[in-house]
Design a protein around this ligand. Structure first.
Ligand SMILES: [Zn+2]
Length: 733
């Protein structure tokens, strides 16, 4: 399979509204992919409608994108991102909301009063930013604030007053709770129990704040722009108000509707205020219409509020789809259930109706995922012309997810063309094409084993299970072995997982580096003698060569150079690229430049000096030195006693290939952190290096200063030079 190079984005995954539930995709990927295609026509189809940003970027690249979106929340986000109201409308919307009367008070003041707490230091009454709770308790155990009067800030234990306040709000909870689900489902609805369950993930105070806001929405007369702005803010508050905010946790991406053991209760009013700047426009507005309204040729978004199934027939007749794009969905019970709930709160029962199934279903497994994807891809197969490419992004890739995706697509008759995988933290990039329906065959171990073995040999170093799994899946897809039409998906997925497990465990050529038993833990490798040059070493060479040719390179250009040369499952991680850069180069602004001492001529000179130095030490110990191809040998009466392999690099795999018991590998001090990084990344390298001494230039220099050097003290000194742990904030993968 000819894998396409990994396309790197120019901006990390967006951290905007509801980012924790949207696919984490780098910006710039889809536009880069599109710019390399020669498509007939400019209609694209996103059959998943999971990533508003992706669709927007494609539309801004001059394409007309038809999106099917049956989740009312993602649909709303897509509309808002495409054409956000100006910031002034958000500010005005919040002011209008805050000015509503609640008894004698303004609503803003009333909601703020829910979060009043006493500053520990200056005793003034202030607003808490959030309260911290333990699951199952009826009062918070701590609060977080920033006192505007004395500057005291951070986490403090909750006071009796805070606890009393929480209890008081909870005493009227039943009423607000029943109002909250009546907006989602009717009293006599059989799905009422599911709505009630979902609402359990709201504490009394945020639920009170939200229902108080929502119940007053109908009394507000607002322009449509201002109303959109207000709805967007309230949507954020709906998410801020639930208990799915584990504490402490930096970037939670919840998938299940379950309350963490410790969690944060956000101040709903503050979250509304914060929302104002979150929706600010980035980039030009994009025309956005509801199907079947037409779009201008210059591009835009056409949203179909439903499923692909219902649309397939009409699309086939009217719209020639040039390519399919999209973020392939993975089950997210938390987001799907909450979306149904929020749709009811924001837009009423009618908006929930088409999406109500999300409330009902509580367990999504991979077989469910495969079945759902298969259905979508079957419809796609029906409506696409032959040879239409599908560019799928698979965010947060994991083995079971991939099996599900590749099995579903193969069974639906799609031909896998390319897979590019960087790390488990980056979206995988997969290309399919429509193809003839395949004939079923029987799956076999040998194909899988050969594919994994070939991949690991080519990689030249152990790989994560995700990489190994993908290499195996690609081979099975190519051999048309993922297609088991006589089986249900759950059976097929189980079968494939068993195949992986037995293929890896029962093949002596594979080494499992793991503390766990399961095949999907740790890393997999082959015997070093079987493998070629290691990927890590090749990347080191490529980065340094690039820096030599391009002084003052920027990271993105370097990635652009590397990814086409290391495509598919060879895509290097940013962590590796940075480890090499930090070892060899200096950064000024955005530019990387080789360190003066790492320019090739300087290194050659330095190696000469080190050889001279070793020769002098040898002389003091009465050894005869000779140099042959970067290796200096000490002899004692024509018996070889030591070999010094002097490196300017950290190409340890290469050095180890020629190493024997007498070999000492010498590296520059500036390479020590990179060498340590490589050992942490590569368990096979770590094992092999235990047998050989790795010594830094500066140890040899210091040996010359030792007044009395004997053969024994030399050995001791050499043994005392530890290769340090990698320092600082290194990205491990
Ligand atoms: Zn204070």
């Amino acid at each position: 399979m000819e894998h396409q190079p990994y396309i790197t984005g120019f901006k990390p995954a967006d951290s905007g509204p509801l980012a924790r539930f949207l696919p984490p995709l780098e910006e710039g990927v889809i536009s880069a992919w599109l710019s390399h295609q020669t498509l007939t026509g400019n209609w694209l189809l996103d059959p998943f409608g999971f990533s508003p940003r992706l669709v927007l970027e494609a539309a801004r690249s001059g394409y007309r994108v038809l999106v099917t979106a049956n989740n009312p929340v993602t649909r709303f986000l897509l509309e808002i991102f495409a054409n956000p109201p100006p910031e002034s409308e958000f500010i005005a919307a919040l002011a209008d909301l805050g000015a509503i009367k609640k008894g004698e008070e303004r609503l803003a003041g009333h909601l703020q009063s829910l979060y009043v707490t006493t500053c520990e230091k200056c005793k003034q009454q202030i607003q808490a930013q959030s309260f911290l709770w333990r699951k199952g308790e009826d009062t918070p155990y701590a609060r977080i604030y920033e006192c505007p009067h004395c500057g005291d800030s951070g986490e403090h234990a909750a006071t009796d007053e805070d606890k009393e306040h929480a209890r008081k709000i909870a005493s009227t909870d039943a009423l607000h709770r029943s109002r909250a689900f009546e907006r989602v489902v009717a009293l006599n609805d059989e799905d009422r129990v599911y709505a009630e369950e979902a609402i359990q993930h709201y504490l009394p105070r945020p639920l009170y704040a939200l229902t108080t806001i929502i119940n007053r929405l109908d009394s507000l007369t607002l322009s449509s722009e201002r109303k959109r702005a207000l709805m967007a803010l309230i949507l954020l508050a709906c998410d801020a108000g639930n208990t799915l905010w584990a504490h402490p946790s930096e970037r939670p991406r919840p998938k299940q509707l379950s309350t963490p053991n410790q969690f944060r209760e956000h101040n709903v009013w503050t979250m509304l205020e914060r929302g104002v700047s979150l929706f600010a426009a980035s980039g030009s507005p994009v025309p956005c219409e509801a199907w079947p309204k037409k779009l201008p040729e210059s591009g835009g978004i056409c949203i179909y509020e439903g499923r692909l199934k219902e649309l397939a027939h009409e699309v086939k007749k009217e719209i020639p789809i040039a390519a399919v794009i999209g973020s392939v969905p993975r089950p997210n019970q938390a987001f799907w259930t909450l979306s149904a709930l929020w749709a009811g709160w924001l837009w009423g029962k009618d908006a929930v109706e088409p999406y109500k199934v999300a409330l009902r279903r509580r367990r999504y497994d991979w077989a469910w995922n495969a079945t759902a994807l298969h259905a979508i891809f079957e419809h796609l197969n029906g409506l696409l012309a032959d040879g239409v490419p599908i560019f799928g992004l698979i965010p947060e890739p994991e083995p079971a997810f991939l099996t599900s995706v590749l099995t579903a697509t193969t069974a639906a008759g799609f031909k896998l063309e390319s897979v590019a995988l960087r790390t488990e933290h980056d979206a995988m990039q997969v290309i399919w094409k429509t193809a003839q329906k395949p004939k079923p065959e029987i799956a076999g171990k040998s194909i899988l084993q050969k594919a994994v073995f070939d991949y690991l040999c080519a990689r030249g170093e152990p790989a994560s299970y995700l990489h190994v799994h993908t290499a195996g899946l690609v081979a099975l897809a190519e051999a048309n072995m993922l297609n088991q039409p006589e089986l249900e998906f759950d059976e097929t997925l189980r079968k494939i997982q068993t195949l992986f497990s037995s293929s890896l465990k029962n093949d002596e050529r594979f080494t499992h580096y793991s503390t766990g038993e399961n095949v999907d833990t740790g890393m997999w490798g082959v015997t070093p003698s079987a493998q070629g040059e290691s990927l890590t070493d090749l990347i080191e060479i490529a980065v340094v060569t690039y820096l030599q040719k391009n002084p003052n390179a920027i990271f993105l250009d370097l990635e652009d150079d590397l990814y086409p040369r290391f495509p598919g499952l060879m895509t290097p991680s940013k962590g590796l690229i940075y480890a090499v850069l930090n070892s060899y180069a200096e950064k000024s602004g955005a530019n990387w430049k080789l360190r003066d001492e790492d320019v090739a001529s300087a290194r050659r000179e330095e190696i000469k000096n080190i050889f001279a130095l070793i020769e002098r030490i040898g002389k003091r110990l009465n050894y005869q030195s000779s140099v042959n191809d970067k290796v200096l040998t000490w002899k004692d009466n024509s018996q070889t006693v030591k070999k010094f392999n002097v490196l300017a690099s950290a190409l340890l795999n290469r050095a180890l290939e020629q190493a024997d018991e007498q070999t000492i590998i010498i590296i520059p001090g500036g390479r020590a952190a990179l060498a340590a990084y490589k050992q942490e990344r590569d368990p096979s390298l770590k094992v092999r290096l235990k047998k050989h001494k790795l010594v830094k230039y500066r140890l040899l220099r210091s040996l010359l200063e030792v007044p009395i050097l004997t053969r024994e003290t030399f050995e001791e000194q050499i043994a005392s030079d530890p290769v340090e742990e990698s320092k600082g904030q290194m990205m491990m993968f």
